[in-house]
Ligand binder design. Structure first.
Ligand code: HEM
Length: 374
């Protein structure tokens, strides 16, 4: 089954992964999947950490401007949106911008236009911008001492140059077989002859980065902060975990690996995504008649299947006391739900390709914000 899409005829947006179907989707997904491996994310971590520093500075400024009134409300979504916007631009294009300090920066202005539905201007700007970056990098290569870049644009250019569509297993890192299956990646097949992206396709995937991950990641980070603030007992456990983490980090060279020890923080993010899943439903369209064995139900070719994730996440048959915020339910020793009743990033071959990146961005922000408070 594939997903159903309605496109507006824009030459860039029509090429984004999330709007593609069938063999065209499969080709692009297989080509860009290797840019999301754990190894690549590790290399992107320093880029994201630069944006965490800017976020911390922004918070310091808010505190300094509060004239000692620390109980004044803070629009935390403004801060998290700026952080996610900056890190998306950094990770997609390798450009450092400051969304709050420099709101008139053309990259920021054009990014915002997307959310005003000013799509034509947006894609025109990002087309020219990406092509100029590609030109700069080609010139860079000719200077013999090119800068080693690990942003998404560069990784895609490298993979096109090397004609590399290394097969990866999206389930890497999962020890239980059901979760591994849920996130298993599709593998390149022999019928995939065209192993490169056109420039429009390449630009489209960079734009997809900005659009697909922005609102979902910044809203999740805000909701995590909201839940942590509302649940002092959760806050306390997180402080303890982060305190231990910072002691361990000093003795480890790999901050990405040590981040994996933050199991309670993972549970806080998982529980936030259970209660506040975005988007609220997943959709698939049947490519052929499909009989659901043992139910007497056949999904007809072309029919849209609507999967109500928000309702499933709050169904007492799936989660005990579903309206309560209880991160403990996601600790390995307590997990009791069927993995397919929990779909914050979807499931199957069309699951969220940015899942690990989003989790990394959220985690890096939380660890650093909470460490400031300790
Ligand atoms: C907390 C943050 C995020 C949430 C909750 C989220 C959630 C989702 C969900 C529910 C889907 C549909 C999956 C399905 O139908 O099975 C999806 C798809 C997708 N997401 Fe995310 N996402 C997040 C962050 C990101 C980021 C950072 C990116 C950037 C690369 C991204 C890129 C995509 C793309 C390209 C798809 C379509 C995949 C395909 O059709 O092959 N997402 N996301």
């Amino acid at each position: 089954m594939t997903r159903d899409f309605r496109t507006g005829g824009d030459p860039i947006l029509d090429n984004t992964l999330n709007l593609k179907r069938d063999s065209e989707w499969k080709r692009i997904r297989t080509l860009i999947t290797p840019t999301f491996t754990v190894g690549k994310l590790k290399r992107m971590t320093p880029l994201i950490l630069k944006c965490v520093d800017t976020m911390t500075d922004n918070i310091d400024k808010i505190i300094a401007n509060s004239n000692g009134n620390l109980s004044a409300p803070v629009d935390v979504k403004l801060v998290t949106s700026a952080y996610v916007m900056e890190s998306m631009i950094q990770v997609a294009f390798g450009r450092k911008v400051s969304a709050l300090a420099d709101p008139n920066n053309p990259i920021i202005e054009n990014f915002r236009k997307f959310f005003d539905f000013n799509v034509a201007f947006l894609t025109e700007f990002f087309r020219d911008f990406t092509l100029s970056l590609i030109d700069d990098r080609k010139r860079d290569l000719e200077t013999r001492s090119p800068v080693k870049r690990v942003d998404f644009l560069q990784l895609m250019l490298n993979s096109m140059r090397d004609n590399n569509n290394e097969a990866i297993d999206g389930s890497e890192g999962y020890t239980d077989s059901q979760r591994a299956e849920k996130y298993r990646e599709i593998q390149p097949t022999a019928d995939m002859n065209d192993k490169s992206l056109s420039y429009d396709e390449l630009i489209a995937q960079c734009v997809m980065f900005l659009t697909a991950g922005y609102e979902s990641s910044s809203a999740t980070l805000s909701m995590c902060l909201h839940n942590i603030a509302k649940h002092p007992e959760v806050q306390h456990k997180l402080y303890e975990e982060i305190h231990t983490f910072h002691k361990q980090k000093k003795s480890s060279t790999d901050s990405y690996e040590t981040m994996h020890s933050l199991k309670y923080m993972d549970a806080v993010i998982d529980e936030t995504l259970r209660l506040f899943t975005s988007p609220i439903a997943r959709e698939r369209v049947a490519n052929e008649d499909y009989e659901l064995k043992g139910t007497g139900i056949t999904i007809k070719k072309g029919h849209l299947v609507h999967i109500p994730a928000y309702a499933m996440h709050r169904d007492p048959d799936n989660f005990v006391d579903p309206e309560s915020f209880r991160p403990e339910r996601f600790l390995a020793e307590n997990i009791a739900h069927n993995p397919y009743t929990y779909l914050p990033f979807g499931a199957g071959p069309r699951n969220c390709i940015g899942m690990r990146l989003a989790q990394l961005e959220i985690k890096l922000a939380l660890v650093n914000l909470l460490h400031q408070i300790i």
